[in-house]
Design a protein around this ligand. Structure first.
Ligand SMILES: [Mg+2]
Length: 390
């Protein structure tokens, strides 16, 4: 929408366009597919590329707020088709009203999944815009409980050779990251013995002090997960993520009761009810949430508050550049996932992403927002394939 559009001049909130030019004049969306360096897999999925939706909310005075999600190209269509008109023309201070309106608008499309990812990217862009307009880093604008967040190194794909696995995990520990996570559930859970052998090799590579986490991505059955939990505990595994699919709350609860380590899930929470159900059912020891899926900064902070209310440790799933800020603002944070794929991609797409120091991420206290303005225009013609621009 052009800046001289009458809807911008009027202001969607009905209070007129503020004289400082803070009103939202445009919402730009772009979808990119970034190939992996090699084919990658976990227990239940193989992939050769990562698709990313980047949204920029642009104020009338030209300040740009950035949000993103790892999702389908269809999420870019949702932004243009259903969300843009609900956001453009508003004051940024109406971001929560915009969030309510976006959630309502996708009722018939279905909120979980693609629509939630689209709303997540828009909501994050609005929060980033507000932080930039205030001249504050995002974590301080939201309200910081702390200035650093602990991370865990995450990768160890089932597609990696044992040498690649041990090199990656051992490398993180050598960098001072004291906890690492690997994938299990090879061939959809059909080779549990191979999983145990790889965990044993990983433990040997990282030494006895580092924490070792595993993630089955829902590849196991209840019975197999309980058997494997006891075998993996012999190698010092202290955290078992998604042994069965997240929606199988009864199975998760049974596994939690029988397993000697912490059970974690939550990456497929798209709504506040998803997080509520995980917590209220007693299915997990550690609840995860992903701001690029669970309705942005707004939804993620709600999830963090719910976890705190249940006295349940809370962990951020993937997207480390954004979660470094949000983790500082959460009432409590167990850790942020330093996910290998996104660690590789985010510096390609954004300027000013963070590097870990002694197992922590420290958001920049002087830079407004959460990253520097995106480098999107230079992507085209590079290794990035532009799928959709709306
Ligand atoms: Mg996972």
């Amino acid at each position: 929408m052009p800046a001289d559009d009458p809807r911008v001049a009027l202001g969607r909130g009905g209070h007129g366009d503020p004289p400082d030019g803070s009103c939202i004049a445009a919402l730009e969306a772009m979808v990119l597919r970034i190939p992996t360096a090699a084919p990658e897999a976990d227990g239940t999925l193989e992939w050769r590329a990562t698709t990313m939706l980047v949204v920029e909310a642009v104020s009338r005075s030209g300040i740009r707020g950035i949000g993103y999600s790892y999702t389908s190209a269809a999420a870019g269509v949702v932004v243009g088709d259903q969300l843009r008109e609900l956001v453009v023309g508003r004051r940024p201070s109406e971001a929560l009203q915009a969030w309510d309106a976006m959630v309502r608008a996708v009722r018939n499309v279905g909120l979980p999944g693609i629509a939630a990812a689209a709303i997540s990217a828009v909501d994050t862009a609005l929060w980033d815009l507000r932080a930039r307009q205030a001249g504050e880093p995002l974590f301080r604008f939201i309200g910081a409980h702390r200035t650093e967040v602990p991370i865990y190194g995450s990768g160890g794909f089932t597609s990696a050779s044992q040498d690649e696995l041990t090199e990656q995990l051992g490398g993180w520990v050598a960098q001072g990251i004291p906890r690492v996570k690997m994938k299990i559930g090879i061939d959809g859970g059909a080779r549990p013995e191979a999983d145990v052998l790889r965990v044993r090799a990983a433990r040997k590579a990282i030494g006895t002090e580092a924490e070792l986490f595993v993630d089955a991505n829902g590849a196991y059955t209840r019975r197999l997960a309980i058997d494997q939990a006891h075998r993996l505990a012999e190698h010092g595994v202290t955290y078992f993520e998604e042994p069965v699919p997240q929606r199988r709350l009864d199975d998760l609860k049974a596994i939690r009761a029988a397993a000697p380590m912490a059970i974690a899930a939550g990456e497929y929470s798209y709504t506040r009810e998803d997080t509520r159900d995980l917590l209220a059912s007693g299915a997990v020891d550690i609840v995860q949430a992903d701001a690029t899926r669970c309705l942005g900064v707004t939804g993620w902070m709600e999830a963090a508050t719910m976890a705190a209310g249940h006295a349940t440790p809370f962990s951020a799933h993937t997207a480390p550049s954004l979660h470094a800020h949000l983790g500082c603002a959460a009432p409590a944070i167990a850790h942020v996932e330093w996910f290998a794929d996104h660690v590789r991609i985010e510096p390609m797409v954004f300027d000013g992403v963070l590097s870990p120091v002694d197992g922590y991420l420290h958001p920049d206290r002087r830079r407004p927002g959460w990253v520097l303005p995106s480098v999107v225009p230079t992507w085209i013609g590079g290794v990035y394939e532009l799928l959709e621009e709306t």
